[in-house]
Design a protein around this ligand. Structure first.
Ligand code: GUN
Length: 294
Protein backbone atom coordinates (compact mmCIF):
# COMPACT_ATOMS: atom_id res chain seq x y z
CA UNK A 1 0.00 0.00 0.00
CA UNK A 2 1.22 3.46 -0.77
CA UNK A 3 -0.03 6.45 1.21
CA UNK A 4 -1.85 9.33 -0.39
CA UNK A 5 0.55 12.26 -0.03
CA UNK A 6 -1.19 15.33 1.37
CA UNK A 7 0.04 18.30 -0.63
CA UNK A 8 0.29 21.08 1.96
CA UNK A 9 1.81 23.43 -0.56
CA UNK A 10 -1.20 23.15 -2.87
CA UNK A 11 -3.75 23.35 -0.03
CA UNK A 12 -1.97 26.42 1.39
CA UNK A 13 -2.01 28.04 -2.06
CA UNK A 14 -5.78 27.49 -2.27
CA UNK A 15 -6.22 29.09 1.15
CA UNK A 16 -4.03 32.07 0.17
CA UNK A 17 -6.25 32.52 -2.87
CA UNK A 18 -9.35 32.56 -0.66
CA UNK A 19 -7.75 35.16 1.60
CA UNK A 20 -6.61 37.35 -1.31
CA UNK A 21 -10.23 37.50 -2.50
CA UNK A 22 -11.39 38.57 0.97
CA UNK A 23 -8.71 41.28 1.09
CA UNK A 24 -10.04 42.66 -2.19
CA UNK A 25 -13.58 42.59 -0.81
CA UNK A 26 -12.48 44.45 2.33
CA UNK A 27 -10.68 47.06 0.26
CA UNK A 28 -13.76 47.59 -1.89
CA UNK A 29 -16.26 47.68 0.98
CA UNK A 30 -14.29 49.40 3.72
CA UNK A 31 -11.27 51.00 2.05
CA UNK A 32 -9.06 49.09 4.50
CA UNK A 33 -6.53 46.26 4.27
CA UNK A 34 -5.48 43.86 7.03
CA UNK A 35 -2.17 44.63 8.74
CA UNK A 36 0.24 42.27 10.50
CA UNK A 37 3.10 43.42 12.75
CA UNK A 38 5.99 40.92 12.88
CA UNK A 39 8.45 41.41 15.73
CA UNK A 40 11.83 39.71 15.57
CA UNK A 41 14.26 39.89 18.48
CA UNK A 42 17.90 38.92 17.90
CA UNK A 43 19.61 37.25 14.98
CA UNK A 44 18.58 33.60 14.99
CA UNK A 45 18.83 32.43 11.39
CA UNK A 46 15.75 30.19 11.58
CA UNK A 47 13.62 32.97 13.10
CA UNK A 48 14.86 35.45 10.47
CA UNK A 49 13.85 32.98 7.75
CA UNK A 50 10.40 32.36 9.25
CA UNK A 51 9.66 36.07 9.64
CA UNK A 52 10.85 36.79 6.09
CA UNK A 53 8.57 34.04 4.74
CA UNK A 54 5.62 35.37 6.75
CA UNK A 55 6.10 38.92 5.43
CA UNK A 56 6.44 37.65 1.85
CA UNK A 57 3.21 35.64 2.20
CA UNK A 58 1.42 38.75 3.51
CA UNK A 59 2.51 40.74 0.47
CA UNK A 60 1.26 38.01 -1.88
CA UNK A 61 -2.30 38.19 -0.55
CA UNK A 62 -2.42 41.97 -0.08
CA UNK A 63 -1.96 42.07 3.71
CA UNK A 64 0.28 44.93 4.84
CA UNK A 65 3.13 43.77 7.06
CA UNK A 66 5.03 45.94 9.48
CA UNK A 67 8.42 44.51 10.42
CA UNK A 68 10.24 45.32 13.68
CA UNK A 69 13.72 43.94 14.28
CA UNK A 70 15.15 44.49 17.74
CA UNK A 71 18.66 43.64 18.99
CA UNK A 72 19.12 40.47 21.07
CA UNK A 73 19.93 42.60 24.15
CA UNK A 74 16.79 44.75 23.95
CA UNK A 75 15.24 45.20 27.39
CA UNK A 76 11.96 43.55 28.28
CA UNK A 77 10.48 46.98 28.93
CA UNK A 78 11.38 48.21 25.45
CA UNK A 79 9.79 45.15 23.89
CA UNK A 80 6.71 45.62 26.06
CA UNK A 81 6.48 49.25 24.97
CA UNK A 82 6.55 48.18 21.30
CA UNK A 83 3.77 45.62 21.91
CA UNK A 84 1.67 48.29 23.64
CA UNK A 85 2.18 50.72 20.73
CA UNK A 86 1.11 47.99 18.29
CA UNK A 87 -1.94 47.20 20.45
CA UNK A 88 -3.00 50.84 20.04
CA UNK A 89 -2.25 51.09 16.29
CA UNK A 90 -5.52 50.79 14.30
CA UNK A 91 -3.68 49.74 11.13
CA UNK A 92 -2.33 46.65 12.91
CA UNK A 93 -4.85 43.81 13.18
CA UNK A 94 -2.42 41.09 14.16
CA UNK A 95 0.76 41.03 16.26
CA UNK A 96 3.30 38.27 15.96
CA UNK A 97 6.33 38.07 18.26
CA UNK A 98 8.58 35.40 16.81
CA UNK A 99 9.62 32.75 19.34
CA UNK A 100 11.91 31.77 20.95
CA UNK A 101 12.81 35.04 22.67
CA UNK A 102 16.25 35.58 24.27
CA UNK A 103 16.60 34.10 27.77
CA UNK A 104 16.49 37.43 29.62
CA UNK A 105 12.98 38.10 28.31
CA UNK A 106 10.01 36.39 29.93
CA UNK A 107 7.92 35.21 27.01
CA UNK A 108 4.84 34.72 29.17
CA UNK A 109 4.91 38.43 30.06
CA UNK A 110 5.31 39.48 26.45
CA UNK A 111 2.67 37.12 25.04
CA UNK A 112 0.29 38.15 27.81
CA UNK A 113 0.73 41.82 26.88
CA UNK A 114 -0.54 41.31 23.31
CA UNK A 115 -4.15 42.43 22.95
CA UNK A 116 -6.24 39.24 22.69
CA UNK A 117 -8.06 40.85 19.74
CA UNK A 118 -4.71 40.97 17.87
CA UNK A 119 -3.23 37.68 19.12
CA UNK A 120 -3.00 36.02 15.69
CA UNK A 121 -0.54 33.40 17.00
CA UNK A 122 -3.14 32.36 19.58
CA UNK A 123 -0.49 32.23 22.33
CA UNK A 124 -2.09 34.68 24.79
CA UNK A 125 -2.91 32.79 28.01
CA UNK A 126 -6.58 33.74 27.68
CA UNK A 127 -6.82 32.35 24.14
CA UNK A 128 -4.96 29.18 25.21
CA UNK A 129 -7.19 28.91 28.29
CA UNK A 130 -10.34 29.15 26.21
CA UNK A 131 -8.95 26.57 23.77
CA UNK A 132 -8.41 24.25 26.72
CA UNK A 133 -11.97 24.37 28.04
CA UNK A 134 -15.18 22.79 26.88
CA UNK A 135 -17.68 25.07 25.14
CA UNK A 136 -15.30 28.02 25.15
CA UNK A 137 -14.03 29.48 21.91
CA UNK A 138 -10.68 31.28 21.67
CA UNK A 139 -10.50 34.32 19.39
CA UNK A 140 -7.51 32.70 17.67
CA UNK A 141 -6.15 29.17 17.41
CA UNK A 142 -2.35 28.69 17.11
CA UNK A 143 -1.33 28.49 13.46
CA UNK A 144 0.54 25.17 13.17
CA UNK A 145 -2.08 23.05 14.99
CA UNK A 146 -4.85 24.81 13.08
CA UNK A 147 -2.97 23.98 9.88
CA UNK A 148 -2.80 20.29 10.86
CA UNK A 149 -6.58 20.14 11.35
CA UNK A 150 -7.18 22.01 8.10
CA UNK A 151 -5.03 19.45 6.24
CA UNK A 152 -7.16 16.63 7.67
CA UNK A 153 -10.43 18.43 6.85
CA UNK A 154 -9.44 19.37 3.32
CA UNK A 155 -8.27 15.80 2.67
CA UNK A 156 -11.67 14.45 3.71
CA UNK A 157 -10.31 12.65 6.80
CA UNK A 158 -12.93 12.28 9.50
CA UNK A 159 -11.77 13.13 13.04
CA UNK A 160 -14.84 12.43 15.17
CA UNK A 161 -14.63 9.16 17.09
CA UNK A 162 -11.13 8.34 15.79
CA UNK A 163 -8.12 7.38 17.90
CA UNK A 164 -5.78 10.36 17.66
CA UNK A 165 -2.25 10.34 19.01
CA UNK A 166 -0.20 13.50 19.41
CA UNK A 167 3.51 12.82 19.78
CA UNK A 168 5.02 15.84 21.55
CA UNK A 169 3.65 18.28 24.11
CA UNK A 170 5.01 21.71 23.22
CA UNK A 171 3.02 24.86 23.95
CA UNK A 172 3.21 25.84 20.28
CA UNK A 173 2.13 22.57 18.63
CA UNK A 174 1.53 19.43 20.69
CA UNK A 175 -0.71 20.78 23.45
CA UNK A 176 -2.95 23.00 21.29
CA UNK A 177 -3.19 20.26 18.62
CA UNK A 178 -4.40 17.89 21.34
CA UNK A 179 -7.06 20.39 22.44
CA UNK A 180 -8.29 20.87 18.86
CA UNK A 181 -8.60 17.11 18.33
CA UNK A 182 -10.58 16.79 21.57
CA UNK A 183 -12.91 19.61 20.47
CA UNK A 184 -13.49 17.59 17.31
CA UNK A 185 -14.46 14.53 19.37
CA UNK A 186 -11.38 12.40 18.74
CA UNK A 187 -10.30 9.94 21.44
CA UNK A 188 -6.96 11.39 22.38
CA UNK A 189 -3.57 10.21 23.62
CA UNK A 190 -0.69 12.61 24.13
CA UNK A 191 2.67 10.87 24.30
CA UNK A 192 6.24 12.07 24.58
CA UNK A 193 9.86 11.09 25.23
CA UNK A 194 9.04 9.56 28.64
CA UNK A 195 6.13 7.45 27.38
CA UNK A 196 6.65 3.73 27.92
CA UNK A 197 6.31 1.60 24.78
CA UNK A 198 6.09 4.64 22.52
CA UNK A 199 5.85 2.58 19.28
CA UNK A 200 2.95 0.59 20.72
CA UNK A 201 1.08 3.74 21.73
CA UNK A 202 1.68 5.44 18.38
CA UNK A 203 0.50 2.27 16.59
CA UNK A 204 -2.99 2.80 18.04
CA UNK A 205 -3.43 6.02 16.10
CA UNK A 206 -5.93 6.40 13.28
CA UNK A 207 -4.64 9.98 13.19
CA UNK A 208 -1.06 10.72 14.22
CA UNK A 209 0.35 14.20 14.70
CA UNK A 210 4.11 13.94 15.13
CA UNK A 211 5.68 17.02 16.71
CA UNK A 212 8.69 15.95 18.78
CA UNK A 213 11.53 17.47 16.80
CA UNK A 214 13.48 14.19 16.42
CA UNK A 215 14.56 13.41 12.85
CA UNK A 216 12.77 10.37 11.38
CA UNK A 217 11.93 8.97 14.81
CA UNK A 218 8.61 7.42 13.79
CA UNK A 219 9.35 4.27 11.82
CA UNK A 220 7.05 2.42 9.45
CA UNK A 221 6.26 -0.31 11.99
CA UNK A 222 5.06 2.36 14.50
CA UNK A 223 2.20 3.21 12.17
CA UNK A 224 -1.19 1.55 12.00
CA UNK A 225 -1.90 0.51 8.40
CA UNK A 226 -4.10 3.14 6.75
CA UNK A 227 -3.52 5.84 9.41
CA UNK A 228 -3.41 9.54 8.57
CA UNK A 229 0.04 10.84 9.53
CA UNK A 230 0.68 14.57 9.91
CA UNK A 231 4.40 15.27 10.29
CA UNK A 232 5.12 18.63 11.93
CA UNK A 233 8.86 18.05 12.37
CA UNK A 234 11.38 20.18 10.51
CA UNK A 235 14.84 18.82 11.26
CA UNK A 236 18.08 19.60 9.45
CA UNK A 237 20.29 16.53 8.93
CA UNK A 238 23.78 16.58 7.38
CA UNK A 239 23.80 15.70 3.71
CA UNK A 240 27.04 16.34 1.80
CA UNK A 241 25.27 15.66 -1.51
CA UNK A 242 23.26 18.89 -1.06
CA UNK A 243 24.61 22.32 -1.89
CA UNK A 244 23.76 23.60 1.58
CA UNK A 245 25.31 20.53 3.21
CA UNK A 246 22.03 19.51 4.85
CA UNK A 247 18.49 18.50 4.06
CA UNK A 248 15.25 18.83 5.97
CA UNK A 249 13.47 15.76 7.29
CA UNK A 250 10.39 15.33 9.46
CA UNK A 251 9.81 13.43 12.68
CA UNK A 252 8.52 10.54 10.57
CA UNK A 253 10.62 8.25 8.40
CA UNK A 254 8.89 9.22 5.16
CA UNK A 255 10.12 6.31 2.99
CA UNK A 256 8.94 3.74 5.51
CA UNK A 257 5.71 5.51 6.49
CA UNK A 258 4.66 5.88 2.87
CA UNK A 259 4.33 2.09 2.59
CA UNK A 260 2.05 1.78 5.64
CA UNK A 261 0.05 4.99 6.17
CA UNK A 262 -3.16 5.85 4.35
CA UNK A 263 -2.31 9.55 4.22
CA UNK A 264 1.03 11.25 4.85
CA UNK A 265 2.36 14.81 4.77
CA UNK A 266 5.82 15.39 3.27
CA UNK A 267 8.60 17.53 4.77
CA UNK A 268 9.04 20.07 3.35
CA UNK A 269 5.73 20.90 1.65
CA UNK A 270 3.30 19.52 4.23
CA UNK A 271 2.53 21.37 7.45
CA UNK A 272 5.07 24.19 6.91
CA UNK A 273 3.16 26.15 4.25
CA UNK A 274 -0.02 25.67 6.28
CA UNK A 275 1.40 27.44 9.34
CA UNK A 276 1.86 30.58 7.27
CA UNK A 277 -1.51 30.20 5.54
CA UNK A 278 -3.20 29.99 8.95
CA UNK A 279 -1.35 33.10 10.13
CA UNK A 280 -2.80 34.94 7.13
CA UNK A 281 -6.23 33.42 7.89
CA UNK A 282 -6.05 34.59 11.52
CA UNK A 283 -4.91 38.06 10.46
CA UNK A 284 -7.72 38.31 7.91
CA UNK A 285 -10.31 37.15 10.47
CA UNK A 286 -8.98 39.65 12.99
CA UNK A 287 -9.22 42.52 10.51
CA UNK A 288 -12.75 41.46 9.54
CA UNK A 289 -13.80 41.53 13.20
CA UNK A 290 -12.15 44.91 13.76
CA UNK A 291 -13.67 46.63 10.71
CA UNK A 292 -17.05 44.90 11.17
CA UNK A 293 -16.98 42.87 7.94
CA UNK A 294 -19.26 39.83 8.06
N1 GUN B 1 8.29 29.86 16.60
C1 GUN B 1 8.03 28.63 16.09
N2 GUN B 1 6.77 28.58 15.63
C2 GUN B 1 6.21 29.78 15.84
C3 GUN B 1 4.93 30.33 15.57
O1 GUN B 1 4.01 29.68 15.05
N3 GUN B 1 4.77 31.62 15.95
C4 GUN B 1 5.74 32.35 16.54
N4 GUN B 1 5.47 33.59 16.88
N5 GUN B 1 6.93 31.87 16.81
C5 GUN B 1 7.17 30.59 16.46
Amino acid sequence: MSAKIIDGKAIAATIRGEIAAEVEQMKAQFGRVPGLAAVLVGERRDSQTYVRMKKKACAEVGITSFGYTLPADVSQDELLKLVQDLNANPDVHGILVQLPLPDHIDDETILGAISIEKDVDGFHPLNIGRLSMKRRAPLFVPCTPRGCIELLDRSGIEIEGKRAVVLGRSNIVGLPAAMLLLHRNATLTVCHSRTKNLPGVVREADILIAAVGRPEMVKGDWIKPGAAVIDVGVNAVDDPTKKKGYRLVGDVDFAEAKEVAGYLTPVPGGVGPMTIAMLLRNTMDSAKRQVGMA
